[in-house]
Design a protein around this ligand. Structure first.
Ligand SMILES: *Cc1c(COP(=O)(O)O)cnc(C)c1O
Length: 426
């Protein structure tokens, strides 16, 4: 039965009171606005700070002060094998085997490291296929990789134009592009969720299509991790990269994540080597020859930045306790409510460009304001003044993302009421 929604605070508050995940909100610092909690809808850009991060960071600083180099071996969580404290929770979060994931570097760096191994262009097959309007770093990265290998992006960068409403991309368009260009494509690189439209893609179907044409497949999961339940191993994709500062709440510039499918765990692939990618059991023999750790950890270059790993460790523990399936169930309700409010109360003012099919989106709704860009900017600025924080993406999109760990139905209603108040004020 479809959920029945109501645009009243009594209804919204009753939903929040009955929410089995409601307690998680108290584990986060909610940015205040004029003496009360603001309405934060920007977890797609920078997730909120878990309260447990500060004491955990403080403990590491104490170890550093008291133990110094001995901190690698002593304390409650010695630094030497810090990956061990994250691996299982990270694997569970993305639906991977522990050997397939590692937290390291940042998204852009990891994308390049993965392309070193998984973009192997030849004269017959030089191309990379991406979506038109890809996030800048992704486009810059693939363009520079194409040039680095001596090819010309004018010929070897294929950008797939959206054929659906509001620039969304249908499976049929992906299928057609692979049928036409697949024989020339070395790498297909697509987003898990497109950052501007909020459209979610079917990894498994795309991977099967691309593999059938002999292409390698990677995904940028920046907007998908911590937002959708994922099954990366089963999808069969070759690799994925993502960041942890968006839905995974690990702080500005947080350490990123990488997935390398198990079938490549011991494959002889070209890659850039560093001592932390070497096997643990002989890492400290300081041998001149690189002997890789099987799996994703073999791509590590450096010993991990412990102070930056702490918020990620804490955040992954929160996701472990909340469970991605329960979060998704709430997210469907919460984003469904926001969508219903916009379509039933605000259709004269706003238009949602994110797919209406819940299986083709996560928490985020991308919204255009009727009447053009200037009106959109004006509404966006008004909302910020009211303590309602979304974000603006050029040329004309307001992104509003209720995050199920800390957003409430009452927040969605407050958004709708503020938009109406803005319109009424003329
Ligand atoms: C957020 C985001 C990035 C950011 O990359 P960093 O290297 O973490 O700065 C890259 N690509 C996509 C698709 C994103 O959404």
């Amino acid at each position: 039965m479809p959920p029945t929604y109501e645009a009243t605070s009594a209804w919204a508050q009753a939903q929040d009171a009955a929410d089995p995940l409601a307690g998680f909100r108290d584990e986060f610092l909610i940015p205040p606005h004029e003496g009360r909690d603001g309405r934060y809808f920007c977890g797609n850009s920078l997730g909120l700070q878990p309260r447990a991060v500060r004491p955990a960071l403080s403990a590491e600083l104490d170890y550093w002060g008291e133990l110094a180099v001995e901190g690698h071996f002593k304390g409650r969580a010695p630094w030497l094998n810090y990956e061990d404290y994250l691996r299982d929770n990270l694997a569970a979060l993305v639906g991977a085997k522990p050997i397939e994931v590692v937290a390291m570097n940042t998204l852009g760096v990891n994308l390049h490291l993965m392309m070193v191994s998984f973009y192997r262009p030849t004269a017959e097959r030089p191309a990379i296929l991406i979506e038109a309007g890809a996030f800048p770093t992704d486009r810059y990265a693939v363009e520079s990789q194409i040039r680095y290998h001596g090819f010309d992006p004018a010929d070897a960068l294929i950008e797939l134009e959206g054929d659906g409403p509001h620039g969304t991309l249908s499976m049929a368009a992906i299928e057609r592009a692979l049928a036409e260009h697949g024989h020339r494509v070395a790498l297909v690189l697509l987003p898990g969720i497109q950052y501007r439209t909020g459209q979610a893609f079917d990894f498994k179907a795309i991977t099967a299509l691309a593999h059938a044409r002999g292409c390698t497949v990677g995904f940028d999961l920046a907007h998908a991790v911590g937002n959708l339940p994922l099954a990366l191993h089963d999808s069969g994709m070759d690799f994925a990269v993502w960041c942890h500062y968006k839905y995974v709440n690990s702080g500005p510039g947080a350490v990123g994540g990488v997935f390398v499918h198990e079938r490549h765990a011991t494959a002889e692939l070209p890659r850039f080597h560093g001592w932390w990618g070497n096997r643990r059991d002989n890492r400290f023999q300081m041998a001149p020859t690189f002997d890789p750790t099987p799996g994703a950890e073999g791509w590590q270059l450096s010993n991990p930045p412990i102070l930056a790993m702490v918020p990620l460790r804490i955040s992954l523990e929160i996701f472990h306790r909340a469970g991605m399936d329960r979060l998704r169930a709430k997210s469907l309700q919460l984003t469904g409510y926001l969508e219903w409010l916009v379509n039933s109360q605000l259709a004269d003012l706003l238009e949602i460009i994110t797919p209406a099919d819940p299986t083709q989106r996560g928490a985020q709704l991308s919204i255009r304001v009727r009447g053009g860009r200037e009106r959109g900017r004006a509404l966006f600025d008004y909302l910020v003044d009211q303590g309602i924080i979304g974000d603006w993406r050029e040329p004309d999109v307001i992104r509003i993302s209720p995050a199920p760990l800390y957003n409430r139905f009452a927040d969605c209603l407050a958004f709708a009421e503020a938009v109406r108040a803005w319109s009424d004020a003329g």
